[in-house]
Design a protein around this ligand. Structure first.
Ligand code: NAG
Ligand code: NAG
Ligand code: NAG
Length: 379
């Protein structure tokens, strides 16, 4: 073998070994999470409560796990809570909560958030109302604001500790995002083909956010795709169709799910591109679509016994237990007896049981590439 080749091979081997050992000997010490209501731990409540009616601060929200409403859009824990537990970290405080302790990271996700900046929807006449300013770029701004104090908290770890050292032991989430972008565009009366024309812009926005974090020292980043929103009780109710051909074998709306799958396809490709440009980063693509479909196709196999397309918490409206004038949390709107048997909690968001299944599939596989625990060197 030519000497250069020997050198090259041993260099590659040693950098591989080095990569593996440094990942397994350094645990994740914090999490920074950007996204929307699927992982919000209280930001939307703080942001929205002064300007619009909110219901997530009322029972039965939080009844399964926290025992009281926690600012989460669920009966209990959301996906990132299960991830934090697995990594031995505390539940992430919401950035907008009063004096959050950010020493183990912070949650920047806000219910209702879009990937694309809100002015885009307003100036293009896609929404007939003013949106709260909480899109991905705003959340990145919050992160940059909190970063110095988050890394201060970690300085006990050693001298000469700087932001970069602190961030390369953090696990970032960028998403899920896009669900709200596409919802607004669907609600503006666009067709499937028209909604699809916005997908590249949403995906580019997410991809540029990941890049901005990597440029600041992020190494471990999870990028979740979109769930099958065409199976959500709220969307099924809004877009009720007399045409059987609009529904798939589960009873979900084909067109809405086709947009979600197209988003996931482009996002997965974008993650591939980022890995090529930043080989030192560990970027996980997390599949939010298949785990929900798997449950809906065969609920009893996964311990879900309720009517899989019905919301657990609702006023009994229609085929999906979802009534746009009687949200979960309003007086007289009750939860089902066994939320763990349902996929949808309030018609839009998942139950703790569904969140746990998704989180587990992201941590250990098969719903993440690579599984989070192997990306961070814990398996
Ligand atoms: C990493 O975490 C595991 C268990 O969570 C612990 O046993 C181990 O000591 C930690 N390693 C480091 C380098 O902190
Ligand atoms: C923040 O939390 C960390 C660890 O959970 C703790 O050591 C620290 O004292 C807390 N800081 C404040 C200001 O409460
Ligand atoms: C949203 O907030 C960002 C950062 O604070 C600001 O730059 C932007 O102008 C705001 N956008 C709107 C539409 O208010």
């Amino acid at each position: 073998m030519d000497l250069t080749l020997v050198f090259l091979v041993s260099f590659i081997l040693s950098s591989l070994l080095c990569g593996v050992s440094s990942a397994s000997s350094r645990n994740i010490t914090s999490m920074f999470t950007l996204g929307d209501s699927h992982i919000d731990t209280g930001n939307a409540l703080v942001m929205a409560a002064p300007v619009m009616p909110v219901w997530i601060d009322k029972p039965p929200y939080g009844e399964t796990f926290f025992g009281h409403p926690s600012g989460r859009f669920s009966d209990g824990r959301v996906i990132i809570d299960f991830i934090a537990e697995e990594l031995g970290l505390p539940f992430l405080p919401a950035f907008l909560a009063s004096s959050p302790n950010v020493s183990h990271g912070v949650n920047l996700a806000v219910g209702g958030a879009t990937a694309i900046e809100v002015s885009f929807f307003e100036t293009n006449g896609l929404v007939p109302f003013k949106l709260l300013n909480n899109s991905l770029d705003v959340q990145l701004g919050w992160f940059e604001q909190i970063k110095p104090s988050a890394c201060d908290g970690a300085s006990e770890e050693g001298q000469g500790y700087n932001d970069r050292d602190c961030l390369d032991r953090a696990l970032f989430f960028v998403g899920e995002l896009g669900v709200n972008d596409y919802n607004f565009i669907w609600m503006a009366g666009k067709t499937e083909d028209e909604v699809k024309t916005y997908v590249p812009k949403v995906v580019d926005t997410i991809s540029m956010a990941v890049e901005r974090l990597i440029n600041q020292g992020a190494v471990y980043i999870v990028v979740p795709g979109n769930p099958p929103t065409g199976c959500s009780p709220a969307i099924l109710t809004f877009r009720l169709s007399p045409n059987r051909a609009d529904y798939d074998h589960i009873g979900c709306l084909r067109a809405v799910n086709a947009v979600a799958r197209y988003h996931n396809l482009l996002l997965r490709a974008a993650v591939g591109g980022l890995r090529g440009r930043y080989p030192h980063a560990r970027i996980v693509f997390a599949d939010f679509y298949d785990p929900i479909i798997r449950i809906l196709e065969n609920p009893s196999h996964f311990g879900f016994a309720g009517d899989a397309l019905k919301a657990c918490c609702g006023a009994g409206g229609g085929a999906y237990n979802w009534d746009p004038s009687a949200f979960c949390g309003m007086p007289g709107v009750a939860a089902c007896g066994d939320p763990a048997a349902y996929v949808s909690w309030d018609g839009v968001h998942y139950t703790e049981a569904a969140n746990r299944y998704v989180a587990d599939g992201w941590l250990r596989g098969p719903y993440a590439d690579p599984p989070i625990l192997s990306a961070v060197g814990r398996s």
